[in-house]
Design a protein around this ligand. Structure first.
Ligand code: CAA
Length: 284
């Protein structure tokens, strides 16, 4: 099966990044947004990122225009029927994702592949919402998608070798290095990353030091591009909390247990970069 058209469901920061790299790889892209505002906002987001790339001399202006010409925003899931591969990137809620997978299963042609960008939910469980569990897998991208090289391919209990091989090929066209991860809590990266962030927030809450000091220690002492608190702000504190809660619920491992401060910040709308305030302040 050759993938020519990629469908993307949801257009937050991950969805927009996936749309962008897919367009630049030459795919036709159909993006589904649930309400009227999301689709133009998604198109504007991708346009502005491509224009930045043009401004920095990384992309020719005509290539950016051609890429945008391959993008179509739609308001009904049924309009994804032409997609060979759909990558779902909605909020980390099992029931929401299962509902989308169930609907897409009846819309897409039998050979189409259904992927989720989930950071923490079980691919095997998502696959059960469809009649094609062998064609379901995780395609877990990293933020910012245009920059981060890794793509984790998550193999559910039913995922076929053929589905994985196709996803691996698409990943290569997207310019990513793919690794295959098991469908276990957190896959590979978040199995390690979430305990690290959770520990950093807990230690900060307990008075380890100012946020800037904690982050500087990690950056200077370990060569990380961002400290753990700025990284949580980049991921989004709501997303970080949702991942930690899911991983804690599915594994029971105390290393995933969200610190009370994280929960309080999310409850008052301090979500990190996207809200302008998290552990640090951001100009919007
Ligand atoms: N889109 C496109 N390009 C971008 C970009 C974006 N959103 N953000 C940064 N860049 C590019 C810049 O254009 C620049 O490119 P050049 O060097 O070629 O000019 C390069 O990236 C570096 O950018 P900056 O100089 O502006 O800033 P920086 O040096 O601070 O780098 C960063 C920014 C790449 C995000 C860097 O801070 C970094 O690597 N951070 C770590 C990010 C990370 O760990 N992500 C994973 C999060 S976990 C996750 O996503 C999964 C999950 O499930 C939770």
């Amino acid at each position: 099966m050759i993938v020519q058209t990629i469908g993307v469901v949801g257009c937050g920061q991950m969805g927009a990044g996936i749309v962008e790299v897919s367009l630049l790889a030459g795919y036709d892209v159909i993006v589904y947004g649930r309400n009227e505002d999301i689709r133009p906002a998604c198109q504007a987001r991708v346009r502005s990122s491509l224009e930045r790339a043009v401004g920095r001399g990384k992309l020719a202006a005509d290539e950016a225009e051609a890429a945008l010409g391959r993008l179509r925003g739609v308001a009904h899931l049924a309009e994804l029927a032409a997609a060979d591969l759909v990558i779902e990137c909605v909020a980390e809620e099992l029931a929401l994702k299962q509902g989308i997978f169930h609907s897409l299963d009846s819309i897409l042609p039998p050979a189409a592949i259904l992927a989720s960008n989930t950071s923490s939910l079980s691919i095997s469980q998502l696959a059960l919402a469809t009649g094609r569990p062998d064609k379901v897998l995780g395609m877990h991208f990293f933020n910012p998608v245009p920059v981060m090289r890794l793509l984790e391919l998550v193999r559910g209990l039913h995922t076929s070798d053929e589905t994985l091989a196709i996803a691996r090929k698409v990943g290569a066209y997207l310019g990513k290095i793919t690794i295959t991860a098991p469908d276990s809590p957190g896959f590979i990266v978040n199995r390690l990353l979430i305990p690290y962030i959770v520990e950093a927030i807990g230690a900060y809450e307990a008075g380890l030091g100012e946020a800037a000091l904690v982050d500087s220690a990690v950056k200077l002492g370990m060569g990380h591009p961002l400290g753990p608190l700025a990284l949580a702000d980049l991921i989004g504190l709501d997303v970080t909390l949702a991942i930690a809660d899911t991983l804690y619920a599915s594994s029971g491992a105390p290393s995933f247990k969200a610190p009370p401060l994280l929960r309080r910040m999310v409850a008052v709308g301090r979500l990190g970069r996207k809200s302008g305030q998290g552990f640090f302040e951001y100009r919007r």
